[in-house]
Design a protein around this ligand. Structure first.
Ligand SMILES: [Zn+2]
Length: 110
């Protein structure tokens, strides 16, 4: 992970954000994002995911749906392009991008 070489990195206080239509929280282990988890923006439940479209042979429709079972199993958001692993990596990339550009400092996470 390419981040700023800094012994006291400010970004370690950055542990939640609204990305791709839902809330995400994570922890830092050294300079790595761990325990990345998504939450419903309405009720704050942990979302479940459905990557079943990735198992079809139509790979151009591959996406992962994030579903809140507490909100009548509504799809909260869909991340297109791949399975759950892909979606989580996409979110990590977005987090890292926001850190690189210092955008995270202006993000209102509440
Ligand atoms: Zn919900």
């Amino acid at each position: 992970m390419l981040l700023i070489n800094n012994s006291n990195p400010e970004y370690k206080a950055y542990v939640k954000d609204f990305i791709y239509g839902t809330n995400w929280r994570w922890k830092w282990k050294k300079d790595e994002i761990v325990d990345l988890q998504c939450y419903c923006p309405i009720c704050d439940s942990v979302l479940v995911y459905d990557e079943s479209s990735c198992h079809t042979r139509y790979t151009d429709v591959a996406k992962t749906d994030f579903i809140c079972e507490n909100c009548k199993s509504q799809i909260v958001t869909s991340i297109h392009g791949g399975n759950k692993k892909y979606a989580f990596n996409a979110v990590k990339r977005e987090i890292e991008r926001k850190i690189r550009t210092n955008e995270y400092k202006t993000t209102k996470s509440e």
